[in-house]
Design a protein around this ligand. Sequence first.
Ligand SMILES: Nc1ncnc2c1ncn2[C@@H]1O[C@H](COP(=O)(O)OP(=O)(O)OP(=O)(O)O)[C@@H](O)[C@H]1O
Ligand SMILES: Cc1ncc(C[n+]2csc(CCOP(=O)(O)O)c2C)c(N)n1
Ligand SMILES: [Mg+2]
Length: 380
Amino acid sequence: MPTDPVPTHPTPTGSVPTDTAPTDPAMSVGESGEDAVLSVILEELGDLRSAATDLAALTLAPGDDAAVLELTDDGAPARIVLTTDTLSQDQDFRPSWWAQQDQGAAMGRAVGLKAAAQNLSDLNAMAATPVALLVSLTLPESTALDWVRGFYRGLAEAVRREGAEHCRIAGGDLGSGPGVSVTLTAVGRLPAGRAPLVRTGARPGDQLAVSGPLGAAGAGLALLEAGHPCDSAELARLRDAQIAPAPQLTTGAQALAAGATAGMDLSDGLLRDAGRIARASAVRVRLDEDALNHQAAALLPAAAALGLTPAEARAQTLRWVAAGGEDYELLASFPAEAALPEGFLKVGEILEPGSDADGAREVVLTGAIDDQGWDSLRRR
Ligand SMILES: Nc1ncnc2c1ncn2[C@@H]1O[C@H](COP(=O)(O)OP(=O)(O)OP(=O)(O)O)[C@@H](O)[C@H]1O
Ligand SMILES: Cc1ncc(C[n+]2csc(CCOP(=O)(O)O)c2C)c(N)n1
Ligand SMILES: [Mg+2]
């Protein structure tokens, strides 16, 4: 008999984007963007993403940071949490960000840390505990063995961090290709009795908060792309947030314990990802511009290093905070009266759908910002 007293989470379709798939068959993925491509995929999957079999049931289907798979058993059913993420050369990192002599072990370590961060962060966003990683490596034949050594040292470093100590490397696959591409699959587990943290539960009146300051990875990306040497501790911190992120991996469980109603990790930028919580929860989000500007001020040294004028710097630092992406902080909603977990920063509130002059906009931010966040597929 199942011993889990907590209902295992929303209906399988609960967090699937509501956009309808584009109907023009000639449209490319670059023209339609990530959300539309995902709609096509989910429509095509039909009940393959939800229907239970005798052996297993997806109690949380594609649409959230990870899926929850319940394995049917004579005893208590076990729930595992599954997610996968790819890093590709020139899309997610560039060899030229490292000096020639660092393109072996040092670059390998950073890519390992980032690949682990992406995936472990998605498990954290479900409040799941990482237990295993599978590692698929596509490598150009010229890749130095030292790169591979460095990569596995990066992975090892990541799984020794607080929150990931139970994670083992379960295997993988090797292949050859024109550029480095790394795909990790991460498996987590949910403790008996713990419901996952999902995107669907935000309610009007909730506070919206992040687990730490945003924008460092975006600022780091701008410094790297400008070829800046990052020759101060502050600039090196921003660069490292981009090339070798080290997300906190206990914030999902902390958020749940504090009463979080919804949560996800921030990979594509606050504006875009807040829109995903809004859509999944059928609410809207108001972001607090003062709170975001306060976070943006911490990034002014990067703007100065890039030679921006004070006005440009104000706009650019806000763009890094609101739309930079790759921060891997947790974005979560909490009841208005809840005390936020230590280190969390309030960034806004949840609104009724369509309840004010801003009409149907999912994410409301006073003061325009000309960047909506990251889309991996849309042509730039
Ligand atoms: N090729 C695919 N086939 C089926 N489902 C997919 C596919 N790509 C993404 N999904 C599902 O769509 C949802 C959103 O995917 P996405 O990669 O944007 O995850 P995310 O958590 O929003 O982003 P990140 O992994 O960067 O944190 C996830 O539930 C994912 O499993
Ligand atoms: C060379 C280079 N160009 C751009 C970026 C920025 N970038 C890449 S993926 C991503 C969002 C998360 O992606 P996903 O949803 O796939 O996890 C962002 C902001 C980078 N890191 N390197
Ligand atoms: Mg995610």
